[in-house]
Design a protein around this ligand. Structure first.
Ligand code: DX5
Ligand code: ZN
Length: 219
């Protein structure tokens, strides 16, 4: 079980402070949201942030959640910046492009995942099972932190688990959006392995306590 904090809603002028607090509480991976103002109606972060993050914390995994339909420009840029794992949205490109970029990432030594918007059916994953290390089930519509968890999400997670049982490869299931101690518990019961949380962890200024609540909920 893994918690990957999203710094999207943390105070941008105090990012390092927030990151340090999470690291002190034992976090080993951060989820960094990239938004292009086109695939989603918001903007967030560039490759420089990943570069600086990896320079300061080389042992901590940088998971890049690429909410963009410009893979040609952005996948190589974030790969070069030091991403350890990159999540590409199924809806952001056609299937042949997605296959191409998943291969590109693996051959660059970067772990891969496919992110699914709430309305995207689980069955689309089938032809990518030998190319991914992770599935990201979006539990809100991507674009903003602080939204409410979509209640039907646990059933979708269970569906992903059923599909993944078809492969011998170890593929993790991750959730993102509206995760708090209550919703995390529901996702855990449905078989989720990795939990992204932003506002629940960073909005109250008591990072350690919030992380402890999440850990308790998913153990
Ligand atoms: C939403 C982002 C999420 C978001 C999570 O588009 O992908 O990672 O920052 O934030 P919370 O936990 O506040 O929903
Ligand atoms: Zn995200």
């Amino acid at each position: 079980m893994l918690i990957a904090p999203s710094i999207l809603n943390a105070n941008n002028l105090k990012l390092d402070e927030s990151i340090k607090k999470a690291l002190e509480a034992g976090i080993t991976r951060f989820h960094i949201d990239i938004m292009d103002g086109h695939f989603v109606p918001n903007l967030a972060y560039g490759p420089q942030l990943i570069k600086d993050f990896k320079r300061s914390y080389p042992m901590i995994e940088a998971e890049v959640h690429l909410m963009s339909d410009m893979p040609k420009t952005l996948v190589p840029a974030f790969a070069k910046a030091g991403a350890d794992l990159m999540l590409l949205h199924y809806e952001a490109m056609d299937e042949s492009q997605l296959l191409y970029w998943l291969d590109y990432l693996h051959s660059s030594g970067i772990k891969t995942g496919i992110a699914l918007n709430p309305e995207t059916p689980v069955s689309v994953l089938e032809k990518f099972l030998d190319k991914i290390d992770q599935v990201l089930v979006m539990t809100v519509h991507p674009g903003f932190g602080g939204q409410g968890f979509i209640q039907e999400s646990p059933e979708k997670i269970a569906e992903v688990k059923t599909l993944l049982a078809k492969t011998k490869r170890r593929i993790s299931v991750e959730v993102d959006g509206g995760i708090n101690d209550q919703t995390a518990k529901l996702c855990r019961q449905a078989g989720c392995d990795i939990f992204v949380a932003g506002s629940f962890i960073f909005s109250k200024g008591v990072v350690k306590q919030q992380l402890a609540k999440l850990e308790e909920a998913i153990k």
